[in-house]
Design a protein around this ligand. Structure first.
Ligand code: KG4
Ligand code: ZN
Length: 386
């Protein structure tokens, strides 16, 4: 099945053509120049940029995929979660295409896209797996339950996948999402927006200069770091490390990080070494709760597979940590095979529509107007709106 999908859930205007699981095109021009000067995403600007770009992005996706409109089997669109006024732009375009081309329209949950993004096959990858083998694997009920780990700018969730299409959130952040916390920490360090990738780059270049350990004191856990050259040491709390559930929290880390910066800052600001030290510290303290709760979830229901997705998965340290945990328990790990499939993209949306057709035999909406009647979060238990 060849599907054209659109995702305008947040700040990427993305369109993509996917044939079964093979990504023929995935267009996602960045809107960052619109939002950077405001230090975050401005919903009205996101809508404006989506409206300006949507037609060209769809045309470009078809061109790159060398696909004519008449070759398409379906249209898919993200219906939530996301910014309502941004989502509407993509939904309007998808409805128009579905009606004009008389093609079924698949409303898709953005988080289901991230969850399955590890199965999208980049067209030009050399180590391509067989689409059909993968589809058979996903539809094989013996593999379930599977553990989903979603770490993005707006969500941090553990999902129990009971079977393909049946999801339950078994743990989530009680306040900020992990990516959001990275961006706020980046702002505190004066690194601009979005801070996540910059902190990651600094931490990656500097990690070997730091000695990192975890310390348990009373009912709390801490990340302790020491710069091997300067001998300066730092401490940050690991939120909810001892809580009896699978939830995480980032608000305490945010406050502690602000206090830590204030305690080391000199009159003339932070030194380059301090920014690097603090980047390593923040990254470790942000990922520690995810790793702790991941181990707990594994202990609770012994999944055979982990599916990892969301923008923060672009982070190598997170992938390394999770790979280590999965390997130690002999658990198969799936995660997006390129950065373009990690951040928000329409390819994952098209792929979910294709999987829903082939595994669940869902036919999509034949009357595109019905999409307005659909809950913005069709899979109620997957991802909260924001
Ligand atoms: O999934 P995504 O593209 O958008 C949402 O659906 O939220 O995730 C974007 C988030 C941003 O907060 C960004 O700072 C973060 O992912 N991010 C990273 C890295 N790359 C992107 N966070 C940490 N390390 C990275 N390498
Ligand atoms: Zn996303």
């Amino acid at each position: 099945m060849k599907t054209l999908a659109i995702d305008t859930s947040c700040d990427e205007t993305s369109a993509s053509v996917v044939d079964d699981l093979t990504v023929l095109s995935n267009v996602q021009p960045s809107q960052m120049e619109y939002h950077r000067k405001y230090g975050g995403i401005v919903p009205s600007l996101a809508r404006l940029a989506h409206t300006e770009r949507i037609d060209n992005v769809v045309t470009e996706a078809l061109k790159l995929a060398q696909t004519k409109l008449s070759d398409l089997d379906a249209i898919a669109v993200t219906t939530g979660p996301g910014l309502a006024i941004a989502l509407e732009v993509g939904i309007k375009k998808a409805k128009q295409l579905s009606k004009e081309l008389q093609l079924p329209l698949y409303p898709i949950n953005h988080m289901e896209g991230h969850l399955l993004s590890g199965f999208a096959q980049p067209n030009r990858a050399t180590n391509l797996r067989e689409d059909l083998t993968l589809i058979k694997r996903i539809s094989n009920n013996a593999q379930y339950p599977i553990l989903g780990v979603l770490v993005s700018g707006k969500h941090t969730e553990f999902i129990k996948v009971e079977s393909f299409g049946e999801y339950a959130v078994i743990g989530e952040t009680l306040d900020d999402a992990c990516g959001e916390a990275f961006d706020k920490a980046g702002r505190m360090l004066g690194l601009g927006y979005p801070g996540g990738p910059i902190i990651a780059e600094f931490a990656e270049s500097h990690r070997k200069q730091m000695k990192i350990s975890i310390e348990n004191r009373n009912q709390s856990s801490y990340v302790i770091g020491e710069n091997k050259k300067t001998g300066v040491s730092y401490e940050l709390p690991i939120a909810m490390a001892k809580s009896n559930d699978l939830n995480v929290s980032y608000s305490g880390l945010k406050t502690a990080f602000k206090q830590l910066i204030e305690s080391v800052i000199k009159n003339d600001g932070l030194t380059k070494t301090q920014v690097l030290d603090l980047s390593v510290m923040f990254e470790q303290a942000a990922f520690a709760p995810i790793c702790i709760k991941l181990k707990k979830a594994i202990q609770e229901f012994s999944p055979k597979e982990i599916w990892l997705g969301g923008g923060v998965v672009a982070n190598n340290e997170l992938k390394r940590n999770i790979r280590k945990i999965a390997r130690a328990k002999n658990i198969e790990l799936e995660y997006p095979r390129s950065k373009k499939l990690t951040t928000d993209n329409a390819a994952m949306i098209a792929m979910v529509a294709n999987l829903r057709k082939s595994i669940l035999n869902e036919s999509g909406l034949l009357d595109a107007e019905k999409i307005d009647l659909i809950d913005r979060i069709p899979r109620q238990k997957l991802g909260r709106d924001y």
